[in-house]
Every structure is written in structure tokens, then in C-alpha cells.
Design a protein around this ligand. Structure first.
Ligand code: AP5
Length: 216
């Protein structure tokens, strides 16, 4: 059972490989971005409050996001199967609060995986990403296109995340540099950081991920 954080810039593949790893090893995948988008779709109070930050690529306030993660970590599947935190923490403050929350449960992180790719590739991936309005499956018109243009295999239409426009994606990369990249040193200093080159094909990236985590 693993307790992991997946770190890296937008488009590096955190969500893709958290999903594949969870499917293969049964670890619980917790994506703060997916939770926020679901709240926005449901029109909840949290969703209404978070919408402007998410659509513009700015970070949601630390206290809001930490509350969401705390609650999710308390659910029984996490205790039994471990977790992958995808997109959290994103600031040093969030990382400190996560440490406190884990300590309260008597848990520790096993590793923090940094997914690394160059900026041009990240922008290409983000602007080509499409999601299904129905089942939520993620496609990429350049690297993983649907069989029928604009339509998921489940028959529902695909859409582009508002924050995947080129302009907002560039802004998100700046937010990452400014607010999230300090976590690389934060976790390196704790001996937890593992780096995976995420520029290759999915099978190669998955193999690299399994190698750094020592799993088959
Ligand atoms: P979030 O949803 O977490 O967005 P992100 O971190 O910017 O990450 P992405 O989903 O864009 O990228 P990814 O690395 O998961 O890439 P993916 O695997 O999809 O957050 C959205 C917003 O919510 C934030 O901007 C913020 O407002 C808010 N938020 C969330 N968490 C927060 C927090 N902790 N604090 C405050 N605010 C928070 O891959 C991208 C594309 O590339 C896909 O199409 C995929 O198919 C393709 N791809 C990936 N890898 C490969 C490969 N190896 N080969 C071919 N194609 C690939």
C-alpha cells in the first residue's frame, strides 16, 4: 500500500499516470482538480466560490483545498488502499498542513513523484486535451484522439477545459513556477523526491514510474 504525492506542472501527466497506477495497484486516486470541477458542475457553494480561480488558472485558497483533502483522506477506502494525491499540495503551506494531517493519522508519505517535461510539450498537451461530458474520460486530439471526432466512445460529446486555452495554460505554468515549484526542494530535503521523465510515450513513462517506486 502506497501513500504518494504526484507533483509537476500542468500537462505533465499527473492525472493520466495517477489513473493508470490506481487501476493497476488499487491505490485511491485523489485529484483536487477533479473534485473542484465536480463541485463546479454540481453548482455547490464550494463550486460557485472556486469557479473563478479554476477557470482563470489561479489557485484556490489553501484553507479551502486543505479542508477538501482532509475530508477525503478520512474516508475508509484510503485507510485500506493508500492514496495518490494528484495536484495537491500546491503551495508550501499546503504541504505543511498535509504533514500535520498525516501525522495525526500516524501516516507518512512513501514518495513524492515529480513528473518532468519541457514547456512546449506541456502547452501542446494542454491545448489538445479534451474531456467527455458524460463519463469524464480524457482524450488528446494529438496523442490519444477519439475514434469519432468530438465524440467519446460512450456517445457523449467532448469539451475543452476553460483553463486549457493557450493563454490560461501559459498563466497556469507561471503559477506553477511561482507557487508550486518550491515544493521540489521542500520534498527533496525530506528525502522523498523521485523524478520521472514524462516526455516519452505512456508505456515508457509508466515503466519509469514503477521503477522509481520499486513496484512491478
Ligand atoms: P488540476 O486539474 O490539478 O490541473 P493541473 O495541475 O494544472 O494539472 P492538469 O490536469 O492540467 O495536468 P496533468 O499533469 O494532470 O496532465 P494530464 O495527465 O491530464 O487543477 C485545476 C485547477 O484547480 C487549478 O488551476 C486550481 O485553480 C485548482 N486547484 C487544484 N488543486 C489545487 C490545490 N491543491 N490548491 C489550489 N488550487 C487547486 O495530461 C494532459 C494531457 O496530456 C492529456 O490529454 C493526456 O492524455 C496527455 N498526456 C499525458 N501524458 C502523456 C504521454 N506520456 N503521452 C501522450 N499524451 C500524454
Amino acid at each position: 500500500m502506497k501513500r504518494l504525492v504526484f507533483l509537476g506542472p500542468p500537462g505533465a501527466g499527473k492525472g493520466t499516470f495517477a489513473g493508470l497506477f490506481a487501476e493497476r495497484f488499487g491505490t485511491v486516486h485523489i485529484s483536487t482538480g477533479d473534485i473542484l470541477r465536480a463541485e463546479i458542475k454540481a453548482g455547490s457553494r464550494l463550486g460557485i466560490a472556486a469557479r473563478q480561480c479554476v477557470d482563470s488558472g489561479e489557485l484556490v485558497p489553501d484553507e479551502v483545498i486543505v479542508g477538501i483533502v482532509d475530508h477525503r483522506l478520512g474516508e475508509p477506502d484510503v485507510a485500506g488502499h493508500g492514496f495518490i494525491l494528484d495536484g495537491f499540495p500546491r503551495t508550501v503551506r499546503q504541504a505543511e498542513l498535509l504533514e500535520e494531517a498525516l501525522k495525526t493519522c500516524g501516516w507518512e508519505l512513501d514518495a513524492v513523484v515529480l513528473f518532468a517535461a519541457d514547456r512546449d510539450l506541456l502547452i501542446r498537451r494542454l491545448t489538445a486535451r479534451r474531456l467527455c461530458q458524460g463519463c469524464g474520460k480524457v482524450y488528446n486530439v494529438l496523442y490519444d484522439p477519439p475514434c469519432a471526432e468530438g465524440i467519446c466512445h460512450c456517445g457523449e460529446p467532448l469539451y475543452q477545459r476553460p483553463d486549457d486555452s493557450r493563454e490560461t495554460a501559459l498563466g497556469r505554468l507561471e503559477v506553477y513556477q511561482r507557487q508550486t515549484s518550491p515544493l521540489i526542494d521542500f520534498y527533496r530535503s525530506r528525502g522523498l523526491l523521485k523524478t520521472v521523465d514524462s516526455a516519452g510515450e505512456k508505456s515508457a513513462v509508466m515503466a519509469g514510474l514503477c521503477r522509481v517506486l520499486g513496484v512491478e
